[in-house]
Ligand binder design. Sequence first.
Ligand code: BES
Ligand code: ZN
Ligand code: ZN
Length: 496
Amino acid sequence: MINVVFSTNADLKSANVLVLVSDEINKDFVPHTVKEMFGDEVSRGIANECSELKYNTIKSFDVVINGEIKNVIVAGAGKKEKYTRASFEKLGGYVFDKITAKNANVCVINNCEIEGNERASSYFASGLVLKSWTFDKYKTTKETPKISQIECQTEYERSNRSTFDCLEKIINGVHSVRDMVTEPANVMDPDKMLEESLALKELGVKVTVLNKEDMEKLGMNALLGVAKGSDKPAYVISMEYKTDESAPSISLVGKGLTFDSGGLCLKPAKGMGEMKGDMTGAAVVIGTIKTLALQKAKANVVGVIGVVENMISGSAQKPGDVVVAMSGKTIEVDNTDAEGRLVLADVLWYEHTKYNSSIVIDFATLTGAIQVALGHEYAGLFSNSDELCDELQQASQTVGEKIWRLPLQQSYEEDIKSDIADIKNVGSGRGAGSITAAAFLQNFIDEKTKWAHIDIAATEWDKKHRALSQKGATGFGVRLMNEFICNKSFCNGEQK
Ligand code: BES
Ligand code: ZN
Ligand code: ZN
C-alpha cells in the first residue's frame, strides 16, 4: 500500500505532484511556501484560474521549476457547510485520476482543514489510496505504480495520523475483497476461500469449518443440493471475532458462490465469466472481519459464509427437485440458477441455531433484478426492522456506500408458494425478482432477530470506474459494515 505521511512542514521541493485542495470561496489558497517556490506570477496565474472552484472541479497545470516539471493539481472541495468525510474521500479518488506522473511523489496541501474538519487530509488521502488499487499479478509486464508516496501538510498532524492509521486498515479490507473477487474461479475456488478465511486466525479470529459430512449431519440439504454438480468441496465457514462480549452480537452472513454457471438452468455464455464474482458477499464478510481485527476493535461479531460452486454434471441438481432445508422447510428447486438463496437458507438457519446473534446482516450478489431496479449506485436493502435500517442508513451516509430500502411484506410470499413443497426458489410472476428473493430468505429468519439483507449484485462490480474504485471489483460493503459495527461497539478504544 502507498505510504502516507503527515507533517506540518511538507517537503515541497522533492514532490513532483503538488495537490492544493481549496474551498469554493477562498481566493488566496496558494500557501506562501508554494508562492516562494513558484514566484508571484505563476502563483497569481494559478489562483486566477482557480477562483471559486465548485466541488469536484479539478484543474491541472504543469509548472517547470529548475528544469523539472511539477504537476500542480487544484481540487475544489466545495462549500464549507457541505464538507463531509465522504466528500473528501471522493475528491481524493477523483484527483487520483488526474495525476499524470508515474511513480508520483505527491504532496497535498489542504486548505479546508478548519475547526470541526481537522481530519480532511486523512480522508482525502484515504480516497487516493482506495482508488490506487490495481490487479496486475497475471500481467507479465507490470505497470509502474502511479503513486509512490503521499505527504500531507497539516496543522493537525496527530489527529490525521491516528485517523489514517484506522482508515488504512479499512482500505486493507476493501482491497483484499477486490483481490478475492477479481481472482478467476480456477484460483478462487472453495478451498482458496477457506484458506483466505483461515488466514484470519493470525489476527486472533476463531475460524471453524463445516465440511460435507458435517453439513449432511445437520441436514443442510438446500446448500448441499447446489454443490452436487461440482467436483469441488463445499464449506460453511464461521469466523468469530469476539473481543467484547458486552457489545451487541452481530452476525455477518455471506453468499460465497465461487462460480455460478446457473447449473442446469445454464446462464448464457455472454457475461458468464462475471459469475466468478458471485462470492463477493462472502468476501465482504472476510474483509470486514479482517478490518475489525486489524483495528483491534472491541466488538462481538461472527461471520458465517457458505462457499459453494454451482456447476453442471450428471449429479447436478435438477429443476423440479425438492430439498429439505436444515430448518425443516421443504423447497422446490424451480430454477437451479436461483442458487444463492438456497445456500443462504441453510447458512442463515445455521447462524440462528449456533450463534443466534441479535442482529444478522447478509451480503449477497443475489439477483440480476437489483440492477434493473437500482443500477450500480445503490445496493438493495431489505429488512424486518426499521431501527436497523436507520442505523445502516446512518453508516451509509458517513462512508458514501449507498443503500436503498425496498419493501418486504407478507403478500410477496404468495409468489413463492409451491404446489408440491412449502416454498419454491423463484417467483411465479415476472416482477419484483429482488423482493421475492428477499421474501424467500425471510423464511429462514427468526422473528426475534433484527435482520437486513443487502443485495450487492450490481454494486460489487462496475464496468466503469467509480469515485473510489477502478473498473471492476468495488469492495462495496466493507466500509459500510465497519462503520455500522464501530458505531454500535467500541472501536479503536473510543466510542465513535
Ligand atoms: N448470481 C446471480 C445473480 C447475479 C446476476 C449476480 C448478475 C451478479 C450479476 C444469481 O444466482 C442468479 O442467477 N439469479 C437469477 C435469479 C432468477 C433465476 C430468478 C437472476 O438474477 O437472473
Ligand atoms: Zn444463479
Ligand atoms: Zn448466484
